[in-house]
Design a protein around this ligand. Structure first.
Ligand SMILES: *Cc1c(COP(=O)(O)O)cnc(C)c1O
Length: 232
């Protein structure tokens, strides 16, 4: 087995263990493999080991990779910030976007989604721990945006996504993730039909799953350390 295959098995085992400890079914959490900065060969290796869903931050880089791997049945998720001038690339090349945080971006994605493709699957990014420099809606602003996004014809609203600051320990991580889960459940109580809570990365998968994540975004634990900075 390749290193990537080994790592994928280890991450699946971590997710399964966290599910079991939390009394959740082991298939309650999807794994998104975050392949940013890694080339098509790495994605191919993960594919060969059974992985189908991949997350990318840098849209230009992703579009090239998506074209190179167009012969494989992959599902591509945009998890990086989306500027207005990049919405068309996202609408044309991805199946999912996790980082919708403004109505204007959502409207552009809907307008630009090609008619021959199914609706773009989207999550609203929420700034759940109040970090001032980060993107994402404030929790109290999410409900009106969610209602508006849910009416856009070429988008399907699937849920929420968050990227909390690294927490000092498991308990602190769970406190933040539990807040996100509460917001997700509150939106469902308001009548929105949601099934995806995108939270948890290599360092905090276990806390995220314990707190009710349904999709974890894992990069370095699968592909290894990245050789250039992850932030733009
Ligand atoms: C890079 C990135 C990840 C994966 O991070 P790792 O720590 O490598 O698992 C997940 N989500 C987002 C939004 C990212 O930018």
């Amino acid at each position: 087995m390749t290193m990537i295959a080994d790592n994928l098995h280890a991450v699946h085992a971590r997710i399964a263990q966290a599910c079991t400890q939390a009394g959740r079914p082991v298939d309650a959490v999807r794994l998104l493999a975050v392949s940013k900065t890694f080339g098509p060969e790495a994605v191919q290796q993960a594919f060969d080991a059974g992985q189908r869903a991949f997350g990318e931050n840098y849209i230009q880089e992703a579009v090239e990779k998506i074209a190179t791997l167009a012969h494989l049945p992959l599902e591509w998720h945009c998890i990086g910030p989306i500027q207005s001038n990049k919405t068309r690339l996202v609408a044309e090349h991805f199946q999912w976007s996790h980082t919708v945080d403004r109505l204007k971006i959502a409207q552009r994605l809907s307008e630009q989604r090609p008619a021959h493709l199914p609706p773009l699957q989207v999550c609203i990014q929420v700034n759940v721990d109040g970090g001032s420099t980060k993107s994402g809606m404030l929790p109290e602003e999410v409900l009106p945006l969610a209602r508006a996004v849910a009416t856009l014809p070429r988008l399907t609203l699937r849920g929420l996504m968050c990227i909390p600051e690294p927490a000092p320990d498991f308990v602190a991580a769970c406190a933040v993730f539990t807040k996100a889960r509460g917001l997700f459940d509150a939106l469902i109580s308001e009548g929105l039909v949601l099934d995806t809570l995108s939270m948890g990365m290599s360092a905090d998968v276990d806390a995220a799953v314990a707190s009710g994540s349904t999709l974890v975004r894992v990069g370095s634990a699968i592909f290894g350390a990245r050789s250039y900075p992850a932030s733009t």
